[in-house]
Ligand binder design. Structure first.
Ligand code: ATP
Ligand code: ATP
Ligand code: MG
Ligand code: MG
Ligand code: MG
Ligand code: MG
Length: 267
């Protein structure tokens, strides 16, 4: 086809191809989910329907994009790790990030009614943002997931304590916040146990540790970087024993398991 005289405008597009041979990590996060969770009456501190819906949306992303090896989810966020050698969209950042975010968001809405069974769709369209980060080696990849899991732990311990004080202890949110200020994780565990008869470590692992989706059937030798040799240590102190992995070569599991316990989480 002959070029039209307008075609020069294409030249205004910038080249956003990401550096080669490094890990691409894409994280999506819900916009204003503090409000969204209140509007949809999420159970506090953890609505398991919402977590399962997030996991389903992440699975949809992994089904579509074969080069994602691993995903970790907590709260309103999900992180996707691409293989180093991925050539998806020639590594164009905008294409990769927008495709992940768009697919994640549409799947979240598409499967909404399967989890929030008393409504067909959310009250208004949820929004997720996304970013790509490059990590040069497995050291940073491992620390990245340790960082997100530490965040899961810290937030969940705080939220569990906060909502115990509000819902069971009858405190106002303000008073609960004051009560918790300056407490460390030991104090919170102690308070939950003695005042609310709650053994924190016995709460569902999906709340305390987040969720992991792992692609199984990645070729072992043919493409070295496709294997995640450090995976058992990706989340420190873990054995990965309780991670459910995909059973088919090109799919991810329908089951989602909590991420293993992290030893690095401290508050
Ligand atoms: P931002 O737009 O800056 O991301 P945000 O309101 O989404 O703001 P986040 O820091 O992303 O804030 O936190 C997400 C919030 O969504 C949590 O603090 C919590 O209130 C709520 N939330 C997310 N998932 C759940 C869940 N499964 N159960 C209960 N509440 C949830
Ligand atoms: P890519 O993923 O590279 O964008 P694509 O298949 O989406 O590939 P496009 O160049 O974006 O290709 O073209 C979109 C195609 O979608 C059109 O060629 C047409 O076949 C189809 N399409 C889009 N909108 C309509 C419509 N309203 N009615 C009929 N066909 C449509
Ligand atoms: Mg955010
Ligand atoms: Mg958010
Ligand atoms: Mg968040
Ligand atoms: Mg198109």
């Amino acid at each position: 086809m002959a070029k039209s005289k307008y075609e020069y405008v294409k030249e205004f597009e910038t080249d956003d191809r990401l550096l080669r041979n490094v890990y691409i990590l894409v994280r999506v996060d819900g916009k204003g989910f503090h409000k969204f969770s209140a509007a949809h009456q999420f159970t506090k501190p953890n609505d398991v329907r919402a977590l399962n819906l997030m996991n389903h949306a992440a699975r949809s992303v992994m089904h579509e994009l074969d080069d994602i090896l691993l995903a970790f989810g907590e709260s309103d966020e999900y992180s996707f790790l691409f293989r180093k050698s991925t050539d998806l969209y020639q590594r164009r950042e905008a294409k990769i990030v927008s495709t992940v975010v768009s697919l994640f968001t549409s799947a979240y809405v598409y499967y909404w009614g399967d989890y929030f069974t008393d409504s067909k769709r959310p009250l208004y369209p949820p929004v997720f943002d996304g970013r790509a980060v490059l990590y040069p080696s497995e050291v940073e990849v491992k620390d990245y997931f340790a960082w997100r899991q530490a965040d899961t732990h810290i937030n969940n311990l705080f939220n569990t304590s906060f909502w115990a004080l509000v819902e069971k202890g009858g405190l106002t949110p303000k008073a609960a916040e004051i009560r918790l200020s300056g407490t460390d994780s030991k104090d919170k565990n102690e308070m939950l146990f003695t005042e609310f008869n709650t053994n924190y470590s016995k709460l569902p692992a999906i709340f305390r540790k987040g969720s992991v989706l792992l692609r199984e059937g990645v070729p072992k030798d043919s493409d070295k970087d496709a294997v995640i040799p450090t995976l058992p240590e990706t989340l420190p102190g873990s054995t990965f024993a309780n991670v459910v992995v995909a059973t088919e070569a090109d799919s991810v599991s329908d089951k989602v398991s909590p991420a293993p316990e992290s030893e690095t989480s401290t508050t």
